[in-house]
Design a protein around this ligand. Structure first.
Ligand code: SF4
Ligand code: SF4
Length: 296
């Protein structure tokens, strides 16, 4: 089994459309949407959820009012200003402080300093994850709550579940829609993968992002190839991107031309290679062949 992770320096480069096209082109695969902060692969692949589970990636503190002696130690020690006295509508100060769950970062300092042992520290549900069926094969995906951190843990969980499915069903490929950027979620998306395909656009920021991503994948020693999406919008920068990428050991995987059919296919909830036989589909098919070649 081979795991291919498709990533980009930032969101909106067409990464998900390319993953959806690969879903239609690849045989015997499982799909994993690890772009958990902005998951949208499900919008194209229409998964039918078979199993749904809560995700708990962190703990948060709460004060048990009946045990609190209002010494204020926790307020003094919380670096995130998450603890304060609520001010009720009558304007009088409450008898005990309250922890705002939005500001609580789960560091547990307050739990350690509380002389009355009045602070609970329990796991909280940060989101949900799903194993689903699609017309293209099984899919693992998730939904993270608003402003929730720990997306790296959720990404790791999704990849592991996809691996388990691939092992159980004897599948050939795991195709991962990875997180954008170079932070914790993208590191969780790529570590241990067989190949990373970076999707970029022919802009100066795309050029800059690609180099940052190339440094990251080089650090983790993951074979990496790059494809320039909408390359014909700026052939000159496309050349530069491919040239610089090669200097960093990242080979070109092909170019995809600009075509409104990509957006139209998304609106029609299908992959572009099924939506049109046009040249843009040939471009993506060529990139997929290069992916297979790079996998060896
Ligand atoms: S767990 Fe940390 S962040 Fe949360 S209230 Fe306690 S000290 Fe503040
Ligand atoms: S440290 Fe404990 S006892 Fe003191 S105010 Fe905070 S919760 Fe109450």
């Amino acid at each position: 089994m081979k795991e291919i992770v498709v990533i980009s320096g930032k969101g909106g480069t067409g990464k998900t459309s390319i993953v959806a096209a690969f879903a239609a082109l690849a045989d015997r695969k499982v799909l994993a949407d690890c772009d958990v902060d902005a998951a949208d692969l499900h919008l194209v692949l229409n998964p039918k959820v078979d199993h749904r589970k809560d995700f708990s990636g962190s703990k948060k503190a709460t004060i048990r009012e009946d045990e609190c002696i209002a010494c204020d130690r926790c307020i003094e020690e919380c670096r995130f200003d998450a603890i304060q006295y609520p001010v009720p509508s009558n304007g009088e100060k409450a008898e005990t402080p309250y922890i705002n769950p939005i500001f609580c970062e789960g560091c547990a300092v307050c739990v350690r300093v509380c002389p009355a042992g009045a602070i609970s520290f329990e796991p909280v549900v940060n989101g949900e994850w799903y194993t689903s069926s699609t017309n293209y094969g099984p899919m693992v995906h998730a939904r993270l709550g608003m402003a929730e951190g720990n997306s790296g843990k959720l990404v790791t969980l999704i990849r592991q579940e996809a691996r388990d499915i691939a092992g159980r069903d004897n599948l050939d490929y795991i195709i991962v829609d990875g997180s954008p950027g170079i932070g914790c979620p993208v590191i969780a998306s790529i570590t241990g993968a067989d190949l990373v395909l970076v999707v970029t656009e022919p802009t100066l920021s795309g050029q800059h992002d690609l180099l940052r991503v190339a440094q990251l994948t080089a650090h983790f020693r993951i074979p990496t190839i790059v494809c320039v999406n909408k390359w014909d919008l700026n052939p000159e920068i496309t050349e530069q991107i491919e040239g610089e990428a090669q200097e960093h050991g990242v080979n070109p995987a092909g170019r995809i031309r600009y075509d409104s059919a990509i957006t139209e296919a998304q609106i029609m909830k299908t992959s572009v290679v099924e939506y049109t036989d046009g040249a843009v589909s040939d471009d993506i098919k060529a990139v997929w062949q290069n992916v297979l070649y790079a996998l060896g």
